[in-house]
Design a protein around this ligand. Structure first.
Ligand SMILES: Nc1ncnc2c1ncn2[C@@H]1O[C@H](COP(=O)(O)OP(=O)(O)O)[C@@H](O)[C@H]1O
Ligand SMILES: [Mg+2]
Length: 340
């Protein structure tokens, strides 16, 4: 369990005082994958660095498993840090050491020796899928493989928490998905709490249970991922949600649909959560004796169910078409009639 109470962080520069993090309150449960999303400069890195005492808050407290990280120093803090692994955008590997020796490094520091160390390194190599790469140097690895080394090294001392600061931001989309799958797998297998910092909503959508949106040092919105996708409140959140759900082509698409499907009504449906889309749609069409034509869909999976939009054309007698729309709304599917 992680708890931040009224946390603020100021940086004093020669010219002025920057409040990088401002009055943040958070509770993160064991085993949760918690996301923090925000644009560059929002304060995400500063926030996450207070979780393991790399930065100290100017105000407030940071508690990880009943230990006040923000209050302890020296050897106590070093010991506490072994419970909190971290991975970075640019991997932070030791370039003159092999994959094996990079992963062995935190074990050396923790005083794990001999056969025990060998056993653990090999176990970690299997866990992150780097078999056969033990003797390679970081410069010989792909970005995804480098981050796998980073993850193995971060997990070496069996931490309870893994902090990820833009861990997939230097990777291409496919490699990003592979690394995210690995994090999900590790979360489930080890019941590891994972905190993910990112400027990409795709990352949040794919692996997080809850998300906090940061802007100018503050958490401006917080909730279950599916809930935030469904009802984003702040304009910054709406912009992030659009990253995933709507492409630039949406407006163009609607225009094209209106031109080409002038009969009946053009309707946009918003699906959230577990409702199975296909059976509902065909049932409603049958009940109301209308023709439903699926024109365009964009359904995406989150950790708590499906989320997405579907554009359909409803054809039939006007009263039946209207009854269909009423029925869809009764089923709590957000239904928007698109007018030309
Ligand atoms: N060491 C520092 N000294 C002075 N200002 C800093 C320092 N680190 C971060 N900042 C400032 O704090 C704000 C938040 O930065 P950061 O936490 O890195 O944001 P993010 O990770 O969301 O991009 C920015 O305005 C940044 O310039
Ligand atoms: Mg950052």
């Amino acid at each position: 369990m992680i708890r931040l109470k009224s946390v603020a962080k100021d940086y004093k520069t020669r010219k002025n005082n920057v409040r990088a993090v401002d009055d943040v309150n958070l509770d993160i449960a064991d085993g949760e994958i918690f996301g923090v999303v925000g644009y560059s400069g929002a304060g995400k890195s500063t926030l996450i660095r207070m979780f393991n005492g790399l930065e100290l808050p100017t105000e407030g407290t940071v508690e990880v498993d009943d230990l006040f990280i923000s209050q302890i120093r020296g050897s106590k803090l070093r010991k506490a840090r072994q419970q909190i692994g971290m991975i970075f955008q640019h991997f932070n590997l030791l370039w003159s050491r092999t994959v094996y020796d990079n992963i062995a490094f935190p074990l050396e520091i923790a005083g794990v020796r001999g056969e025990k160390r060998r056993f653990r390194v090999n176990e970690l190599i299997r866990l992150v899928g780097l078999e056969g790469k033990e003797d390679a140097y970081p410069s010989e690895l792909s970005g995804g493989q480098k981050q796998r080394v980073g993850i193995a090294r971060a997990l070496a001392n069996n931490p309870k928490v893994l902090l990820c600061d833009e861990a997939t931001s230097a990777l291409d989309p496919q490699t990003t998905d592979e690394v995210l799958e690995l994090l999900l797998d590790i979360n489930r297998r080890l019941n590891l709490t994972i905190i993910v910092i990112t400027h990409e909503m795709h990352v949040i959508r794919k692996i997080c249970n809850r998300v906090a949106v940061m802007e100018a040092g503050r958490v401006v919105e917080l909730g279950d991922v599916i809930e935030v996708f469904q009802h984003p409140k702040e304009s910054v959140t709406k912009r992030f949600v659009r990253q995933v759900t709507e492409s630039d082509e949406t407006e163009e698409l609607i225009h094209m649909l209106l031109e080409n499907y002038s009969e009946g009504k053009l309707v946009k449906l918003l699906f959230v959560g577990g409702k199975a889309t296909q059976p509902i749609i065909s049932q409603v069409a049958q009940d109301n004796k209308v023709l439903l034509n699926i024109l365009h869909g964009n359904l995406t999976q989150t950790q708590n169910g499906a989320y997405g939009t579907l554009y359909i054309q409803i054809q039939g007698e006007e009263s039946q078409v209207d009854a269909t729309i009423t029925r869809l709304r009764e089923l709590e599917i957000e239904t928007e009639v698109i007018e030309g």
